[in-house]
Design a protein around this ligand. Structure first.
Ligand code: AMP
Length: 197
């Protein structure tokens, strides 16, 4: 199996690059943000709770988020060649939980691809995405809160995974295909990943 975390600030291109990785390496994609947006759309109880946090630019509490991920893994990950985690983990306790969730399934996390993008570009991308898709949390006020949350709660994971020797730093600024080429090169040399033939 090849299990990857796609890591980066909101707007760093995690969703875009995930789509290309899935296609090239045949991996299963789990985006916790998409899982939550789907619950909101369906009006579930979980969706109602998630809506409160998402609209404030805050993180869903760790215990809840970890149990959601456990359920999604149980339903979706069996028999897959590997998983791309997009938007999870976002805190150190989530990273510890991910280790346990993978271990109990007899596997491990192989690499963390970190997309690094300057802050002004992140804001511009999210404002554009808000206009194009109508995504509710892509407005300037919530974007600023999400970036604060990223700096305070999520960015320490860079060091965490760097110390584990799993962090692959990628310049996430520029052209989508060139960024993907850089990811593929690093990933293949670090993990021996092979593209689908
Ligand atoms: P995303 O689509 O990854 O940008 O996530 C959108 C929003 O969903 C975030 O701003 C959080 O409110 C919530 N969210 C997504 N993933 C997580 C996570 N791993 N932990 C806590 N909250 C999350």
């Amino acid at each position: 199996m090849l299990n990857l975390v796609l890591f980066g600030a909101p707007g760093s291109g995690k969703g875009t690059q995930s789509a290309k990785l899935i296609e090239e390496y045949g991996l299963h994609h789990i985006s916790t943000g998409e899982v939550l947006r789907d619950h909101i759309k369906r009006g579930t109880d979980l969706g109602k709770v998630a809506q409160e946090y998402i609209s404030q630019g805050q993180l869903i509490p760790d215990d809840l988020m970890i149990s959601i991920l456990d359920d999604v893994l149980e339903k979706e990950a069996k028999g897959k060649a590997g998983v791309i985690f997009d938007g999870f983990p976002r805190t150190i306790p989530q990273a510890e939980a991910l280790k346990d969730l993978l271990k109990k399934r007899g596997t491990d996390l192989h690499a963390v691809v970190g997309l690094e993008v300057p802050e002004d570009e992140l804001v511009e991308r999210m404002l554009n995405r808000g206009k194009e898709t109508g995504r509710a949390d892509d407005n300037l006020e919530t974007i600023k809160k999400r970036l604060d949350v990223y700096h305070n709660q999520t960015s320490p994971l860079r060091d965490y995974y760097h110390k584990e020797g799993k962090y692959i730093k990628i310049n996430g600024s520029g052209i989508v295909d060139e960024i993907f080429t850089a990811i593929a090169k690093e990933l293949e040399s670090k993990t021996g990943a092979k593209r689908k033939s």
